[in-house]
Design a protein around this ligand. Structure first.
Ligand code: HGY
Ligand code: MN
Ligand code: MN
Length: 435
């Protein structure tokens, strides 16, 4: 691919900013939780844009969306490019949506450049990646990859007890295709790094070789509601104090397995949540992560022992998700690196700290990711920011890698065609691109 055949960075930025208006928050970020009205609006807009770009849009039983641009050989499995449109409650404008818009920009650029790929190209929007409303995260790409079963996903409920299945029906995104049947030849995902490494090292591209492991827990602490004024301190069964000891232990266990180990308590619910009643029921979540699964097991044992040792209240620890570390497909990772070198962007190979749909899809389909920096490494925060030039760079890398993997042949109509059928070859062969 010659350098003047690049994606249109301004158009990519405009698409991102238009998507950011859906679920826009006063602080400049996005709150577009999975399967809410805003998610439906974003899905409908995405589908319209894909159809305007000549794609056929389908979605499976869990609303995972696939927008297909036909290739010269319909028998070849598509090269898929995508991520997720749902956000955290106080999310940013780039997490997930960048990977979906990068796929759309690549299709739009293929159209502009008159490039016919051999394999079809597909843009993917995975349902409920964040896991903020319906836990766990990457739920529907996980069903696609065979890691969760369909009923488990459909039955998940949000904090109000609303079922995922009912919300999917309500917004009209229950497809007839079974989840997991959709064939893909490879899956590529562009994402902001959501950490500080690239920015700190003045690099533009992360060639992502895999994702770290994670374990998610739901914790219920059961004490006894009692009067805050007349109940002596001795003999209380204060569920919040017991929870506080557990929460401190999460921090200590993560630090003890640093620098890679991380532990977070993101949700905390206190009942009856009254200032003059000793709390008898406290529920919270634990998110442990580490690149080494054996260390994750050690962290699991440590928090389990802490729960057992708690004497003032009963602590029930339920591990709802164990996602071991994953390595991406070497061929796909090499295609990303070759494309990056071809465009002469400063880069590093790295493992992802955050989870992504690619980390689950990789268990079924050859997969890789490309990262671009985000300011201060900040994400899951309304102040999330990425430079337009970096977003365009990551999309160009994806463009080249997708072409290389799609074994493309390309022609552009033009009056000075070299041969009789009014087409001229404007692109090197795949082998040339991979040199
Ligand atoms: O949890 C994660 O790492 C992702 O942002 N859902
Ligand atoms: Mn994401
Ligand atoms: Mn996220």
């Amino acid at each position: 691919m010659t350098d003047d055949n690049q994606i249109n960075g301004d158009r990519l930025w405009q698409s991102l900013m238009e998507m950011a208006r859906i679920g826009a928050l006063p602080g400049g970020g996005c709150g577009r939780l999975a399967l809410t009205d805003d998610d439906q609006i974003a899905r409908d807009l995405f589908a319209r844009w894909c159809e305007e770009a000549g794609c056929t849009v389908t979605f499976d039983r869990l609303g995972n969306m696939f927008a297909r641009r036909e290739g010269r050989n319909p028998d070849l499995p598509p090269i898929a490019i995508g991520s997720h449109l749902d956000t955290q409650p106080h999310g940013g404008r780039f997490d997930g949506v960048y990977g979906v818009m990068a796929g759309l920009e690549i299709v739009r650029s293929l159209n502009d450049l008159g490039i016919d790929t051999d394999a079809p190209i597909e843009i993917v929007n995975w349902t409920n990646e964040e896991g903020a409303r319906f836990a766990p995260a990457m739920l529907c790409s996980g069903v696609y990859a065979g890691l969760f079963d369909l009923e488990f996903a459909l039955s998940r409920t949000d904090a109000d007890g609303t079922r995922l299945e009912d919300e999917l029906t309500r917004i009209g995104y229950v497809g007839t295709n079974p989840c997991g049947a959709h064939e893909m030849g490879a899956f590529l995902e562009a994402h902001i790094e959501q950490g500080p490494v690239l920015e700190r090292n003045d690099e533009i591209i992360g060639v992502v070789t895999g994702g770290q492991g994670q374990r998610w827990y739901d914790v219920t602490v059961t004490g006894r509601d009692a009067h805050s004024g007349s109940t002596p301190m001795q003999g209380r069964s204060d569920a919040l104090i017991a929870a506080a000891r557990m929460i401190t232990a999460v921090q200590e266990i993560a630090l003890a397995h640093g620098p890679d180990g991380v532990g977070t308590v993101g949700e905390l619910h206190v009942s009856p949540n009254s200032r003059n009643t000793i709390p008898g029921d406290v529920r919270f979540t634990i998110d442990f992560r580490h690149p080494d699964d054996a260390v994750l097991s050690v962290m699991d044992t440590a928090i389990t022992e802490t729960a057992k040792a708690e004497a003032d209240a009963r602590v029930d620890l339920e591990m709802i998700w164990h996602n071991p570390p994953v390595r991406f497909d070497r061929r796909c990772v090499d295609a990303i690196e070759t494309a990056t070198k071809g465009l002469d962007y400063p880069f590093r190979r790295m493992v992802s700290g955050a989870g992504h749909d690619a980390c689950l899809v990789a268990r079924k389909v050859p997969t890789a990711m490309v990262f671009v920096p985000c300011r201060d490494g900040l994400s899951h925060n309304e102040a999330e920011w990425a430079e337009p030039a970096h977003l365009a760079a990551g999309c160009n890398v994806l463009f080249r890698a997708a072409l290389a993997l799609s074994q493309y042949s390309t022609f552009a109509p033009g009056p000075d065609a070299e041969d009789g059928n009014n087409k001229k070859k404007i692109q090197p062969t795949v082998q040339e691109i991979q040199q």
